[in-house]
Design a protein. Structure first.
Length: 304
């Protein structure tokens, strides 16, 4: 067995401080445009949806306006469904899948549910194809009171007026080869812990809430997505990313205790999608289509 190379930042066994965070940040560079890829598409939706700015990320010298799109025919007697993407900015189909759902399918649900879609929660990370935010914090472990992540705080503020009304929340993610090659080693180094190699599942899977499991709901999404892309098999030990498989293509996490985005609404139906864009069996178009199929299947199940 080969010994992994030491992470290039920090001292082995010691958590990072401000100096190491600054060194990590200096290694990040803009690789794509939030304005061109995301904001331009959101602007084009204004004729069909209520588009609102729900916050600003102030990472001097950069500032990023955060936008959500909601149903234009908002009805206070109907439940609310939340779709989020780009909590991890590098997970591309989460962002583009949310936008594609708005463009192609969202109006199919007009008059049946109030939709609220935040397609790119972490634009600083989107531009740099990064998991963490500007401060080397994972927003998807930061959805809690007095959050250290501006991205998480802004989203929680957006949904606060609708507390108790959410029927559904689907959070769109990816699991990529870079998780194992870049982001997990960085996490171990940041926290001063040894890196423990893992595996990357080949295919789509879901994360249910162990405190509110909804197996029939998860199964309906898996069956819909399977028509678009393949479902991740379990590892030989019966796990996916180290968690026991409870249904084909489904694992569980304790969403709220872990500070995960999918736990913020208290909705009856919640799930986190995980698309695998690095598979030789999937294209970027399939990944986006899989996210849209998951959103539609979730809505169809919840609304029946």
């Amino acid at each position: 067995m080969t010994t992994p190379e030491p992470f290039p930042i920090g001292t082995s066994g010691q958590p990072w401080g401000p100096v190491e965070v600054a060194q990590w940040r200096a290694r990040q560079s803009v690789r794509r445009s939030y304005a061109q890829d995301v904001l331009a598409r959101i602007e084009a939706l204004r004729a069909r949806f209520e588009v609102s700015e729900y916050g600003t990320l102030d990472y001097a010298p950069d500032r990023y306006a955060l936008y959500a799109a909601g149903s234009r025919d908002w009805n206070e007697t109907l439940p609310v469904a939340l779709v989020t993407g780009g909590v991890h900015g590098y997970e591309t189909s989460g962002v583009h899948g949310a936008l594609q759902f708005l463009e192609d399918r969202a109006q199919d649900y007009a008059g049946r549910v109030n939709l609220l879609v935040a397609p790119c929660v972490s634009p600083w990370a989107y531009e740099r194809i990064q998991r963490w935010n500007h401060d080397a914090i994972d927003p998807n472990r930061s959805f809690r009171e007095q959050s250290p992540a501006q991205e998480s705080t802004a989203l929680m503020r957006l949904i606060a007026p609708f507390a108790g009304r959410f029927l559904l929340h689907i959070d769109l993610h990816e699991t990529t080869d870079s998780d194992e090659g870049e982001f997990r080693p960085a996490l171990a180094a940041r926290d001063g812990k040894p890196f423990e190699p893992g595996t990357i599942p080949d295919g789509f899977y879901l994360v249910d809430d162990s405190d509110n499991p909804q197996p029939a709901f998860q199964r309906a999404i898996i069956e819909a997505v399977e028509k678009v892309t393949h479902i991740a098999p379990a590892d030989p030990d019966g796990t996916i990313i180290g968690s026991p498989v409870i249904l084909r293509g489904v694992i569980e996490y304790a969403l709220r205790p872990l500070g995960l985005c999918a736990g913020i609404t208290g909705a009856r139906y919640t799930t986190t999608t995980e698309v695998y864009p690095d598979s030789p069996r999937a294209t970027s178009e399939q990944c986006n289509d899989a996210q849209v199929a998951a959103v539609c299947a979730a809505l169809d199940f919840a609304l029946t």
